[in-house]
Design a binder for this molecule. Structure first.
Ligand SMILES: *Cc1c(COP(=O)(O)O)cnc(C)c1O
Length: 428
């Protein structure tokens, strides 16, 4: 549907994307170094340097370079599963048949690794305070399923969850925490870097993340045993022998030394990227201050996000009618009101790119039979929050009323002004 509220809004000459790579030049230098020294493989100086710099930056014991954030999460789940339940027989997952508590409103890459290892995700509802896992719902989940020993927590859009509280809840139940910090590299909680609160953690260098290698990821841990295991597993589990000797299942998950060159060139710019992203967030906040909307929230007293994506949420009483089926959305324009579908259309009409909020996992057809725990619900699975009006489903509500705004750190203040204007026009 074309956005047609206002005829003469200015359009962007060059498309502004949601979030793309911002290169600085040294990336090429390190790629060339890999080429010139012929380390065109999964070993080399670039990988060593990425691991060294990242572990120093994060203040963790070990960072292991892998092919993606998803690979890092898979290795994290496998480590936790073997620790909790022992080594599985070949052909069986490390979590086989076991439940694990997971962030509900997130990218499916957070959750799928639980399933790769035969586990069953139980989704924990979201809180309005941070748009992350609700500690109250997590407590409730442990009451319902006291046998669960694994929690997979994501920090959405670069805003830390209530990490101390969640870690304490996990500790009091003897559960292992995995922190999916794929989106929150450089964000801190009470002065401590995200990606270090879990026993095993993940950072992603996927093409639209705040620091990118085009792809790539890190497994973060303080455990030397775990780091060595993942180095071994990720390079096909070779034993120390003159031939290819295998005692364990192997994976081809190691980071490429060429991609590590890109990441090595990017790493010094993390703080600069965060500052640019923060400025974008602040400009939106200022530009929308008299609209019936709010930005994705954080508590400045406890955390400093990396502001990877700026998001907004429309006040309940300023929502026009919007319905979404599995694959389509419709809305009816109304004076003084709007909705994410209309706002996304409007943003597109000026040549910029937004995106809906991550659709919660409990609303995804693939996970429709999995349990979903809200802070005051009954723990039963529901594929659509609106079927049962009695449950306070925070994730479904944020998905309904929220959206991600163009957040590319190369967007200028002038370009952003055009985006702000068109969003404002939606509420006229
Ligand atoms: C990007 C992302 C991942 C996966 O990282 P890849 O490097 O793309 O595999 C995992 N979890 C979240 C929350 C992400 O945003």
């Amino acid at each position: 549907m074309a956005f047609k509220r206002k005829g003469q809004l200015e359009k962007l000459e060059k498309k502004v994307f949601l979030a793309t790579a911002t290169m600085h030049g040294d990336e090429l230098k390190y790629i060339k170094e890999a080429y010139d020294t012929n380390w065109m493989t999964t070993v080399g100086k670039n990988i060593d340097e990425v691991e060294r710099i990242a572990s120093e930056k994060l203040g963790c014991g070990y960072a292991v370079g892998l092919s993606s954030g998803t690979a890092a999460l898979h290795m994290a789940v496998k480590l936790a599963g073997e620790e909790l339940y022992g080594k599985p027989k070949v052909g069986h997952g490390a979590l086989e048949g076991r439940k694990a508590f997971c962030t509900d409103m997130t990218f499916d890459a957070s959750v799928n690794p639980i399933v790769y290892e035969g586990g069953e995700p139980v989704f924990i509802d979201t809180e309005y305070d941070t748009w992350n896992m609700d500690p109250e719902a997590l407590k409730k989940a442990f009451e319902i399923y006291p046998e669960v020993k694994l929690v997979m927590l994501a920090n959405l859009y670069g805003t830390p969850a209530k990490l101390r509280e969640i870690k304490d809840i996990c500790d009091s139940h003897g559960a292992i925490l995995i922190e999916d910090a794929a989106e929150s590299f450089g964000a801190t909680y009470k002065g401590v870097q995200t990606g270090t609160f879990g026993k095993y953690n993940c950072i992603s260098f996927n093409g639209n993340k705040i620091i990118t290698g085009s792809s790539g990821g890190l497994l973060i841990t303080d455990s030397r045993y775990a780091a060595e295991k993942v180095r071994k597993w990720s390079t096909q589990s070779r034993e120390a022998a003159p031939w290819y000797q295998h005692e364990e299942l192997g994976y081809n998950y190691r980071m490429s030394n060429v991609i590590a060159g890109v990441i090595r060139g990017q790493l010094p710019f993390l703080e600069e990227h965060i500052a640019q992203k923060k400025a974008i967030y602040e400009r939106y906040k200022e530009g929308f201050k008299d609209l019936p909307v709010a930005m994705n929230p954080y508590d400045p007293d406890t955390c400093e996000p990396n502001f990877w994506l700026s998001c907004m949420i429309v006040d309940k009483d300023a929502m026009c009618r919007q319905v979404r089926s599995d694959k389509e959305a419709l809305y009816i324009s109304e004076t003084g009101k709007s909705c994410p579908t209309e706002i996304l259309d409007a943003i597109l009409s000026v040549n910029a790119e937004g995106r809906p909020i991550w659709k919660p996992m409990h609303m995804q057809p693939i996970y429709r039979l999995n349990a979903f725990i809200t802070r005051d619900g009954d723990g039963r699975a529901r594929s659509n929050a609106y079927i049962d009006g009695g449950v306070n489903d925070v994730g479904a509500d944020i998905f309904d009323r929220g959206l991600c705004l163009p957040s590319d750190n190369k967007m200028t203040a002038e370009e952003q002004k055009i985006v702000i204007e068109v969003v404002r026009a939606c509420f006229e």
